[in-house]
Design a protein around this ligand. Structure first.
Ligand code: PLP
Length: 364
C-alpha cells in the first residue's frame, strides 16, 4: 500500500474531513464568494458571512429536524468547555445535577461539574470483562435534578448508547454527542440540551455545537459571565464576540455534503456497514480483542487490543509505514483505536481490515 497524497485516516479528533469538502475549500480559499479575500479574512458581520451562517443553521436544522423551540449555538471552547458551561447555565443554587458515569469523558464531565453544582452519579459501568452500559431501570435518579447528563458516545472506551434514555419529561436530558452527532437520525425533542465539539464528526476544531431548548434559559447562576450564558449567546446569534469563522465555514460545507450524500439515514447505513466490517474482523479468531458488550459497542470509535500485547507496537509501526493514520489508542488507555466517522469511507475501513488479516497471518 502506498498513498501518494491522502491516506486512510482513523484519527479520533481532529479527524478526517470529507474529501469533497477539502476540495471545495481548496478551490475557493483565495477568493471566497467573489469577495477577493479568503473566508478567514472577512468580517463575521459582513453580509456574505452572515448569509453563510444562516444557511449553515438551516442545513443543520434540516438534517436533525430541530424544532423552533430549540436554539442552535456555534460556540468555542470544545466539549470540555460545556462540562462547565452546562452546570453554570442549567443548575440554580442548591440544586443537584445527575450524571451517568460511563467512562473517560463522562468522568471528566462529572469532575468539572462538581466545581459548580451538587453532582450525583446515578449509574456507572461495572469493571467486568465485557463492559455494558447501565440501563435506565438501574439509574438512581434524584428527586428533581436540574438536569441529567450522559455521554452518548465514550470516544476512548468505545461505548455508545444506541438509544435515547427514557427519563421523566420533567428532567432536562443533556447529551454529550461530541463523537457521534450526525452519525444517524436523532430525536432532538427528547433532549433539553445536546452538545458536540466539531472536530470529530462535524468539521475542524474550534467550533462547538450546542442545541438547547429555550425554556431552559433564565436559570444561569448570577456569576455566569455573559460570554458563557446560553441566552445571551442565542440573542447574539453566537456572535457575542468573534466566532471561529473558518471552522463555521468548513462545518457548513460538511452539513451540505451530508445532505448531498443522502442525509443522516444514509450516514447511519454507512456507519452500520463500517462498524460491522471492523468488529467482525476483531471477533473472528481471538487474535484481536475488544472489551465492550456487542450491544453497546461504539459505531464511531473502535478500540481494540492484540491478545499478545507486545505485538501492538509492531502493529502500529507497520500500519504507519503502510500509510494507515491515527490508529494509536488514547494515551489514557493504550492499545489500538480506529475512529470511523462519517468522513471515513468504507474503502478505508476495508484497507484496515485487510491490513489486520495480513498482520495476523504474519505474526499470529
Ligand atoms: C473529544 C471529546 C470531548 C472533549 O472535547 P474537546 O473539544 O477536546 O474539549 C468531550 N466529550 C467527548 C464525548 C469527546 O469525544
Amino acid at each position: 500500500m502506498a498513498f501518494a497524497t491522502r491516506s486512510p485516516n482513523f484519527s479520533a479528533g481532529p479527524a478526517a474531513l470529507p474529501e469533497p469538502v477539502l476540495g471545495q475549500i481548496k478551490d475557493e480559499l483565495l477568493n471566497w464568494r467573489n469577495t477577493g479575500a479568503s473566508v478567514m479574512e472577512v468580517s463575521h458581520r459582513s453580509e456574505v458571512f452572515i448569509e453563510m451562517a444562516r444557511q449553515m443553521e438551516r442545513d443543520l436544522r434540516d438534517l436533525l429536524s430541530i424544532p423552533e423551540n430549540y436554539k442552535v449555538l456555534f460556540l468555542q471552547g470544545g466539549g470540555a468547555m460545556q462540562f462547565a458551561q452546562i452546570p453554570m447555565n442549567l443548575a440554580g443554587p442548591g440544586q443537584v445535577a445527575d450524571y451517568v458515569d460511563t467512562g473517560h469523558w463522562a468522568s471528566k464531565a462529572v469532575s468539572v461539574a462538581k466545581q459548580f453544582v451538587d453532582v450525583r452519579v446515578v449509574a456507572g459501568v461495572a469493571a467486568t470483562d465485557q463492559k455494558v452500559l447501565p440501563r435506565e431501570k438501574d439509574w438512581r435518579i434524584s428527586k428533581s435534578p436540574a438536569y441529567l447528563h450522559y455521554t452518548a458516545n465514550e470516544t476512548i472506551d468505545g461505548l455508545e448508547f444506541h438509544w435515547v434514555p427514557e427519563v421523566d419529561d420533567s428532567i432536562p436530558l443533556v447529551g454529550d454527542f461530541s463523537a457521534n452527532i450526525l452519525s444517524g437520525p436523532l430525536d432532538v425533542t427528547r433532549f433539553g440540551l445536546i452538545y458536540a465539539g466539531a472536530q470529530k464528526n462535524i468539521g475542524p476544531s474550534g467550533m462547538t455545537l450546542v442545541i438547547v431548548r429555550e425554556d431552559l434559559f433564565g436559570r444561569a447562576h448570577a456569576y455566569c459571565p455573559d460570554i458563557l450564558n446560553y441566552e445571551v449567546l442565542a440573542k447574539s446569534e453566537s456572535m457575542y464576540n468573534t466566532p471561529a469563522t473558518f471552522a463555521w465555514y468548513a462545518s457548513s460545507l460538511v452539513f451540505q455534503w451530508i445532505k448531498n450524500e443522502g442525509g443522516l439515514e444514509e450516514m447511519r447505513r454507512r456507519s452500520l456497514r463500517k462498524q460491522e466490517l471492523l468488529y467482525r474482523q476483531i471477533d473472528s479468531t481471538g487474535f484481536y480483542t475488544n472489551d465492550v458488550a456487542a450491544s453497546d459497542r461504539s459505531y464511531m470509535n473502535v478500540p481494540f487490543r492484540i491478545l499478545e500485547q507486545r505485538l501492538e507496537e509492531v502493529f502500529l509501526t507497520v500500519a504507519a509505514e503502510n500509510g494507515l493514520l491515527g490508529l494509536k489508542g488514547h494515551r489514557a488507555k493504550g492499545g489500538i483505536r480506529a475512529s470511523i466517522y462519517n468522513a471515513v469511507p468504507e474503502e478505508a475501513v476495508q484497507e484496515l481490515v485487510d491490513y489486520m488479516v495480513d498482520f495476523e497471518r504474519r505474526y499470529g
